[in-house]
Design a protein around this ligand. Structure first.
Ligand code: URA
Length: 185
């Protein structure tokens, strides 16, 4: 992971390197069973160089706590390692340039479960494993099995924790989906 971290810190594969304050590699256990994949760093993540430390991060922390997990026992990262200006959506070319890093992280950690947070993560991970995507409203909390050469993995699509910051009712949906996540280990 150290060499990937170094590469990401020096990365100039796309224009986001010009506007970032800090790239956000990811954090957590390299032996994690569960890897959370979000979209991209936001304002606070860019400032601090850590994933999910803003409002959505607070929701993620509460969700982890609801199932008795600590940040340090899972791994948390994003599709993009640098913040898109103004938190705009990731561009296709940025995803293409950046996801070799995510692929490498998946190869190092080899999590049993990949939990996607939001649509961009869902799309990338489902395409990568050759799965067919449906609406998140139909897929959230369901477990999808994939056979890779190395292992059998499970993928669980989750809503992005930010949804609970503008629609508090969604928090309960996320809490239930996190319960489903613990059951697939
Ligand atoms: N939203 C994300 O998708 N990732 C972060 O790290 C923070 C907010």
């Amino acid at each position: 992971m150290e060499s990937i971290e170094k590469e990401i810190k020096e990365c100039k594969r796309c224009e986001l390197c010009k506007t970032r304050t800090n790239p956000v590699v990811g954090e957590g256990s390299l032996f994690a069973n569960v890897m959370f994949v979000g979209e991209a760093p936001g304002y606070y993540e860019d400032l601090k160089g850590r994933p999910f430390v803003g409002k959505a991060g607070k929701v993620l922390d509460e969700l982890l706590e609801s199932v008795g997990w600590e940040r340090g026992e899972v791994y948390i990262t994003n599709v993009l390692k640098c913040r898109p200006p103004g938190n705009r959506n990731p561009a296709t070319a940025e995803i293409k340039a950046c996801t070799p890093y995510l692929d490498a992280q998946l190869g190092i950690i080899e999590p049993t479960v990949i939990a996607t947070l939001g649509n961009f993560s869902l799309s990338y991970i489902f395409d990568k494993f050759g799965l067919k995507k449906d609406k998140i409203s139909k897929m959230h909390g369901n477990v999808f099995n994939v056979n890779t050469i190395a292992s059998i993995k499970k993928i669980i699509p989750l809503y992005h924790p930010a949804v609970a910051t503008y629609n508090p009712e969604m928090k309960e949906v996320l809490v239930e989906d996190f319960k489903a996540l613990t059951r697939c280990l």
